[in-house]
Design a binder for this molecule. Structure first.
Ligand SMILES: [Fe+2]
Ligand SMILES: [Fe+2]
Length: 199
């Protein structure tokens, strides 16, 4: 456990005052869903709530600001990621919470940094924030109920389904696939296929 609980109020105020009502509601819902997932899978509930709360903190910046913070973040941001505007807010957010809020826990920083792109062999917290973001109460896409069930049951299997879904969406938009996303897909597909073989 960590002692972030006393900071919740301050960070919630920051999110409420700095983001639109819609993004604030989303952030609160993701924080709650991350806490639920951490409880269900034996993670650190306080860290999960905090990372969920802050995951989109840079989402409403100008594209130029997001891109330059992503590039500055020193968090292994690939040239492909710097070509995909939808991904910039994640490393920009990790950079911001480290430099402006003084959060140095690498697991929290990575959970924010990889919450959109994913990566291979994600930590428990990284998977919780990735899936918490996809299954928060405000989400209403077609398969959301399926993902809400699967993330409560098995995080690796849920990551496999989520990455397949996300890559299919990306292909539909004729956009690039970030190398870390492709590696994440291969990683969780191998786990899925190996499990299937051993059944
Ligand atoms: Fe996001
Ligand atoms: Fe989000």
């Amino acid at each position: 456990m960590c002692d972030y609980k006393e900071k919740y109020e301050e960070y919630e105020r920051l999110i409420r005052d700095g983001l639109s009502k819609k993004r604030y509601t989303h952030s609160m819902n993701v924080a709650k869903q991350c806490a639920r997932l951490a409880e269900r899978h034996g993670g650190d509930v306080e860290k999960a709530y905090l990372a969920g709360l802050l995951h989109d903190i840079k989402k409403e910046e100008t594209p130029q600001a997001m891109k330059s913070q992503a590039a500055l973040s020193d968090m292994d941001v690939s040239s492909e990621e710097l070509y995909i505007p939808a991904l910039w807010h994640a490393p920009a957010g990790a950079y911001h919470i480290r430099t402006s809020l003084g959060i140095t826990d690498p697991d929290i920083l990575n959970a924010v940094r990889y919450h959109t792109a994913g990566r291979a062999d994600m930590s428990l917290l990284e998977k919780i924030v990735y899936l918490g973001d996809m299954t928060s109460e405000d989400r209403s896409y077609k398969d959301v109920e399926k993902f809400r069930r699967s993330c409560m049951e098995d995080l690796d299997e849920s990551m496999y389904d989520a990455l397949r879904y996300s890559i299919q969406e990306t292909l539909g938009k004729h956009s690039l696939i970030a190398p870390c996303t492709a590696k994440a897909y291969n990683f969780y597909t191998l786990i899925h296929n190996e499990r299937k073989k051993s059944k």
